[in-house]
Design a binder for this molecule. Structure first.
Ligand code: ATP
Ligand code: MG
Length: 137
């Protein structure tokens, strides 16, 4: 067990559908602290960096179009094993496979609009927190 920080984001579909309060309520009920938060529109270049690992995938440009299609809520969460824990709360990438009770299981139906993002490993969390919240450095 260790206290970790992870990068979490409510994607444009979640903001459009006014799920911000619901998702933050779940985060706080779980026991994580929201130690940084901002509503922002992601510059295209930042989105391309953020999803750089998918640059060569066929869905890359659609993914960047989507994530820049409206405001997101970017957050840093802190708590015990927060990186894996937030991923568990989100559920599987494809909402069709996501269990009921998870965010994607409860609030999404398609893989391209799956409501929330979370860092997938400690190194990713450091990189993403740095990209979106350089002031925390
Ligand atoms: P995220 O990084 O957004 O939190 P993830 O880590 O669960 O999601 P990744 O494999 O990193 O999943 O994929 C990033 C995003 O790209 C997914 O959230 C999804 O919206 C999109 N994506 C992934 N695979 C596909 C696919 N096969 N077809 C269309 N979109 C996809
Ligand atoms: Mg990912």
């Amino acid at each position: 067990m260790s206290t970790e920080r992870t990068f979490a984001m409510i994607k444009p579909d979640g903001v459009r559908r006014r799920l911000v309060g619901e998702l933050i309520a779940r985060i706080e009920a779980k026991g994580y602290d929201v130690v940084a938060l901002k509503r922002m529109e992601i510059p295209r270049e930042t989105a391309e960096t953020h999803y750089g690992e998918h640059r060569d995938k066929p869905f890359f440009s659609g993914l960047v179009d989507f994530i820049t299609s409206g405001p997101v809520v970017a957050m840093v969460l802190e708590g015990e094993d927060a990186i894996a824990g937030w991923r568990t709360m989100m559920g599987a990438t494809n909402p069709a496979d996501a269990a009921p009770g998870t965010i994607r299981g409860d609030f999404a139906t398609t893989i391209d609009e799956n409501v929330a993002h979370g860092s997938d490993a400690p190194e990713t969390a450091r990189r993403e927190i740095d990209l979106f919240f350089p002031e925390l450095g």
